[in-house]
Design a protein around this ligand. Structure first.
Ligand SMILES: [Zn+2]
Length: 243
């Protein structure tokens, strides 16, 4: 069974029960913090910062301070992504650093955040290819991190790569060594492999933008509609397969 965290368009969605949600830290900027009525997962937003700025906006210590505020004031935060150094071609071209450097930064950031925040933080695997991702598992091991003990292990940029069959093979190999894997924006993989522990997905909103409303709704489309998100979640979480 894969836990699906639906990408929420607004932090206020956290006040509504029934759908586990995923949000980026930058979505809380300048906002009053809501009290959560549902479980949720926080993404650091670091991959997007690397792609635009070539560096993370916050140090590990600054990020940890923001997370503590969300834990105390919002509540029900289940998992927090470390500030992974994405290995997408765009991120690598912006930082001008090698994959190995991104991997070392990713692991040292995880170690710092684990010291500051504990097990709520999950490590992320990085690498531009499947073999580099497997090597990243060894690098964590050498750094004294037993990934099989982590509640979740993020798949990082490689999970966004097509074709799904290749990524599914990698996921199956990683699951075989005992990792509880989380994929970002690839809920379609759930139909290809039964080995994802969790996924964050915006798929519910792309479907809702192009199809008829799923319910009585006054909006022109249901692309930002919580009830649509809940119906999508229940359908996919129960079926355990992709649309
Ligand atoms: Zn609607």
């Amino acid at each position: 069974m894969t836990t699906l965290y639906l990408r929420a368009p607004d932090p206020d969605w956290l006040t509504q029960p029934g759908v586990p949600l995923a949000l980026d830290l930058n979505q809380f900027t300048g906002r009053a913090l809501p009290a959560a009525a549902t479980e949720w997962l926080l993404h650091s937003g670091t991959p997007a910062e690397l792609a635009t700025e070539g560096a993370p906006k916050l140090t590990a210590r600054q990020y940890a301070a923001e997370v503590r505020r969300l834990v105390l004031d919002v509540g029900r935060l289940e998992h927090v992504s470390s500030q992974n150094w994405d290995c997408s071609p765009l991120a690598l071209s912006r930082t001008t650093l090698a994959v190995g450097h991104h991997q070392r930064n990713t692991i040292s950031n995880y170690l710092a955040l684990r010291d500051l925040l504990g097990d709520i933080v999950f490590p992320v695997l990085e690498g531009a290819t499947a073999s580099e991702v497997l090597r990243c598992v060894d690098l964590y091991d050498k750094a004294g991190v037993n990934l099989t003990r982590a509640d979740l292990v993020g798949l990082g940029s490689v999970s966004r790569r097509k074709p799904a069959a290749d990524t599914a093979r990698l996921i199956d190999a990683l699951a075989a060594i005992g990792l509880n894997l989380h994929a970002d924006d690839r809920h379609d993989l759930i139909g290809t492999t039964g080995n994802l522990a969790a996924a964050s997905t915006a798929a519910w909103t792309t479907g809702a933008a192009t199809s008829d409303p799923l319910h009585e709704c006054t909006r022109a489309t249901c692309a930002h509609c919580h009830l649509t998100a809940r119906l999508w979640h229940d359908q996919h979480a129960l079926a355990g397969v992709a649309a």
